[in-house]
Design a binder for this molecule. Structure first.
Ligand code: TRP
Ligand code: SF4
Length: 327
């Protein structure tokens, strides 16, 4: 029996290069050795977007399209939208009963998000329960492992605590304690040198056209100390170069370093080359994307939800019996 994985992404905007190198490419690899459940976490997105949820449904479908275009294989992995599987909320309800308030209140991601997403009313009942729902996502499929970025570790730790409490309260090892599979995320900042983020709009989306990529790359902030063409550049403190470091082959990388340090190339030219590299890098995804019609995506998601529900409803049956709800 293959071990199980569950992971998810929130459809608060289009998926971008950060998602690709940080998570998606890892998801694709993990399919070889695990039974994978990959989810578009729209209930989680709604927690922060509820005041203006415009475009969310579309983002959910586009996220699924990006998963598949990037290489997540619907034949091997279960791809679904969270809200299509109502059992997530049922298990979250049970978990919320046994999660002490202090556990969620002290969650560092909660405090951080309140700071980051200021301007939105996030001191809500639902948002406080964010990690409880995430625990339910994971436990519902009895996932052994969860591929996540380092920022999600507190949520995974909370998941483990909730699961331990559940297992011990009802005296049954129903859920495994999930292990994180940490993605070694190469640091990729947004075009403006700030954290890549949907709200800042400083990212290159997987669905961007070559023209858009070119335009965005031309806006990339480079070595700010380099003002004239004859000034020598500092690739290690240049954001454009950090993209080369991830997306270019070694030869190109070394060449650019030498040119830059020897003032043999200007930043405009350097970024033109970079745009070409990114356009080529994303070409297979773009091509696969274009071939995936709406009806194909809808079909995959319908099948995915059905498969997910088979597992989820079985788990919920077991849970209901354990907590003595009338089944
Ligand atoms: N909180 C995750 C994020 O923002 C998304 C998510 C929701 C998730 N449910 C999950 C990740 C379950 C892993 C497992 O990135
Ligand atoms: Fe950055 Fe390239 Fe300019 Fe050097 S030449 S500072 S690597 S953009």
């Amino acid at each position: 029996m293959k071990k199980r994985i569950l992971s998810g992404m929130r459809p608060t905007g289009r998926l971008h290069l950060g998602h690709l190198v940080g998570a998606l490419s890892n998801w694709v690899k993990l399919q070889e050795s695990y039974h994978c459940f990959y989810m578009v976490a729209d209930w989680h997105a709604l927690m922060s977007e509820y005041e203006n949820p415009k475009g969310m449904a579309e983002n959910s479908y586009e996220a699924a399209r990006d998963f598949i275009a990037a290489g997540v294989d619907p034949e091997r992995s279960v791809i679904f939208i969270q809200s299509h599987v109502p059992e997530h909320l049922e298990l979250a309800m049970v978990f919320s009963d046994l999660t002490p308030l202090s556990w969620v209140e002290r969650c560092p991601t909660y405090k951080e998000q309140l700071r980051e997403l200021k301007g939105r009313e996030l001191t809500t009942y639902g948002f406080l329960g964010y990690p409880v729902l995430q625990a339910a996502d994971i436990a519902l499929y009895k996932a052994d492992s969860v591929p996540v970025g380092i920022d999600q570790l507190p949520h995974l730790e909370l998941t483990r605590e909730i699961i331990r409490r559940f297992n011990s309260l009802y005296n049954k090892k129903l859920f495994p304690e999930p292990e994180p599979i940490l993605t070694k995320t190469p640091k990729l900042l947004g075009l403006d040198n700030k954290k890549m983020s949907k709200s800042l709009g400083n990212f290159i989306a997987l669905s961007d056209s070559p023209e858009t990529i070119e335009k965005k790359v031309s806006q990339l902030i480079t070595d700010t100390k380099r003002i004239y063409l004859k000034d020598k550049g500092h690739p290690d403190t240049c954001n454009a170069f950090s993209y080369y470091a991830i997306f270019a082959d070694e030869k190109m990388r070394n060449e650019v370093r030498n040119w830059c340090e020897g003032a043999a190339i200007g930043c405009t030219e350097c970024k033109k080359r970079l745009a070409k590299i990114l356009i080529d890098y994303l070409a297979p995804i773009r091509e696969r994307r274009a071939k995936l019609s709406d009806s194909v995506i809808e079909d995959i998601l319908r099948t995915g939800a059905k498969k997910a529900r088979e597992t989820a409803s079985q788990t919920m049956d077991e849970v209901k019996r354990l907590v003595n709800l009338a089944v």
